[in-house]
Design a protein around this ligand. Structure first.
Ligand code: NDX
Length: 261
């Protein structure tokens, strides 16, 4: 397979456009899974989605393509596969994240059943993004030999690891709010939840901007901006949900960015 800069630019532009569409679509009405599926069921009985899968199975199937597609692109590349820095960054950072999301997060989640419709469009998205990020890093990415010393590389890696730490810790705190089998919602406590309702989303955004800065490429920046467009509104709707549901919800807490928004 050869590198086609036009294909990369086109696929990245579509990802950015999808992000803007999602910001417009879900800015007002939250995506209907998790706590917001519950609200739709309460407000519009009969409008809730009919077909659901257990959360563990749904998140495993949804996120698997984001790990498998770039891993396959790496495997299809003629050896030595990990010689180019781009392949190592893809393998270590992007595939590393989705290895955790697919094989650890999904098996530990205590989430409520997940709508089949959202799962299928989520899978499609993960195939698309997995291909774009994988294709660029395996066939197009080129870095100078001293890229390791570049401030973009070092600060990007640090931001990625910092964000991943916040994301995994915050998802753990959310999981600990429930006993196995429980589906109720409680006020998140501790960690970055002291400052924001969407601590896990804040970590996820830092992670993908870290990846974008370390890899310094259009596909990665497009995905980081897409993530802001999807999890940003979700943090905002989570925050409003908590303020509606819990009278004692801390008023000093923001939705997504500590002390700001
Ligand atoms: N999944 C990314 N529409 C999305 C699936 C849906 O990973 O294009 C985006 C992803 C996809 C979406 C994905 C992309 C856009 C799509 C959309 C479907 C349609 C849409 C394709 C791929 C689309 C068109 C075509 C029309 C434009 O029961 P529960 O589940 O609520 O339990 C929750 C629990 N919890 C609590 N428990 C007790 N008390 C509380 N107060 C609780 N609050 C939450 O914690 C869950 O088990 C768990 C986490 O819940 P929540 O709601 O905080 O996070 P969640 O949204 O489930 O995300 C889980 C993790 C998180 O770390 C987040 O950062 C990451 O996944 N994520 C999620 C979404 C997108 C994404 C990352 C990214 O873009 N990078």
């Amino acid at each position: 397979m050869q590198c086609s800069p036009c294909l990369v630019a086109a696929l990245s532009s579509v990802l950015l456009a999808l992000g803007l569409l999602i910001l417009w679509l879900y800015g007002h009405t939250p995506t209907r899974y998790g706590k917001h599926a519950e609200e739709v069921a309460e407000k519009q009985p009969g409008r809730e989605r009919r077909f659901h899968l257990p959360a563990k199975c749904a998140w495993f199937l949804q996120e698997l393509p984001a790990f498998l597609v770039p891993a396959l692109l790496l495997a299809l590349r003629s050896p030595p596969r990990f010689a180019p820095l781009g392949c190592r960054l893809l393998g270590g950072m992007f595939c590393g994240h989705y290895f955790h999301r697919t094989f650890i997060y999904s098996l530990l989640t205590r989430g409520r059943p997940f709508p089949l419709h959202t799962l299928l469009s989520g899978m499609l998205f993960c195939v698309y993004n997995g291909f774009l990020q994988g294709y660029y890093m395996v066939y197009c990415a080129e870095y100078p030999d001293d890229w390791y010393n570049d401030i973009r590389f070092t600060s990007g890696i640090l931001l990625f690891l910092f964000g991943m730490g916040i994301n995994i810790h915050s998802d753990l705190l959310l999981r600990q709010l429930r006993k196995p089998g429980e589906l109720t919602y409680k006020i998140p406590q501790g960690g970055l939840f002291v400052y924001v309702s969407g601590a896990n989303f804040f970590g996820e955004i830092l992670e993908w901007f870290g990846y974008a800065i370390a890899t310094w490429c259009l596909p990665a920046f497009a995905f980081a901006l897409f993530t802001v467009c999807f999890v940003g509104p979700r943090a905002y709707h989570h925050h409003r949900y908590y303020l509606r549901k819990f009278t004692g919800y801390p008023r000093s807490r923001k939705a997504l960015i500590p002390f700001i928004f």
